[in-house]
Ligand binder design. Sequence first.
Ligand SMILES: [Zn+2]
Length: 443
Amino acid sequence: MLLSHRIRLEATAEQCEYFVRAAGTARRVWNWALAEWQRQAAMGGRINAMTLKKQFNALKYVHSDWLDAAGRPWLRTIHRDAHAQPFSHLANAWARYFAARKNGKPAYHPRFKKKGRCRDSFYVANDRLRVWGRNAVLPKVGRVVLAEELRFSGKILGANVSREADHWFLAVQVEVPDEEALRCRTGNGVAGVDLGVIAAATLSTGEKIASPRPLRSALRRLCIRSRRHSRKMKAARAAAGLVGAIPKGTRLPKSANQMKSARRLARLHARIARVRADFTNKLTTRLCRENQAVAIEDLHVKGMLANARLARSIADVGFHEIRRQLQYKALRYGTVIVLADRWYPSSKLCSAYGQKNGTLTLAERVWTCNCGTRHDRDVNAAINLQRLATGALAARTALPVASPAVTSGTVSGKVPEAVGKVTPARYEHGHQDGSGQEEDVAH
Ligand SMILES: [Zn+2]
């Protein structure tokens, strides 16, 4: 099983300086490759990453674009992987784009990266990478201290070095033998989980788990820091004598104060993301650890984010991330994840007798069914979802083990009609590669 552990690096100033240059190289090579790809495609050529890389190798030490002021090829100071990997990332990005277009999903073609606007990262292949204890050896920088030890043992396939605010991280990909990757569950429950804004998760047991909603609590500070930063941008524009739109390609000089405020702002954003990640990780691990089946709604997150009033709260909980984590963690715990169809009326069904209350509005948190049962809206929905999970589990155990449609952790086959439609879970391994291009996932 391919697992990845992202570890913070305790890098020295010189090491950080190399990371910045290596990430910049990866970005510049990506941009070169993308421009060349587009140019050759416009001329009707058939391009692939290998031929493009060959063309790049022919010019990378001689072309004037890739020489420093003294006429030396500066790519020699950066390890090969940083400028070789963007080609395969680009090929993947195009492949994803064409696959999405073929399947009629929203497709986004690869885009150019901009310094300060894109993810700073570069790749290190396993031939020059060594990890032991709290140490890693990276090409050109030597030994770097890790904030914690690598938690997996197995064959290291490679690593990505990336930056988040003012820290650098090493994400090590490890091929872990299945018997080591699998985890024991502490319980065999069957849970329905209703995701919401007031309580991030309501379990079918009636338990409500609140999200820390880190964005909401940091919003005031975020506004202050953003405003301060924007004032410094304005000052820089005024100092340069610019009025109105900045001409394309302009580089304003950055003051020390401006860079300081940018770092402050970035640190707060990173903190918000970390608090959220801590919550989702703990929640999803707990759900997978304690249950043999978990049912959640296949929420249309993108559509929900279109609701301007709810978007911030929804994004603050991170529904999509909860689902993604449940799906990959389910593989390790042998938990079945059931995605209820988007149109399954989990909130509107009476969990006691199954009548549908078609008039239920979003504002009604508690409602009384015709049968006389009083329902808490979220708990009722969670119980309905739990019923789906029970049905799916029964259907799964009834299936022959050798059925090719059944992969570990995925629900397949028919579920009793009364409980509604169940779609098999999709796994989004390799959701993001080092190219920083998000795989487009339609929900
Ligand atoms: Zn009822």
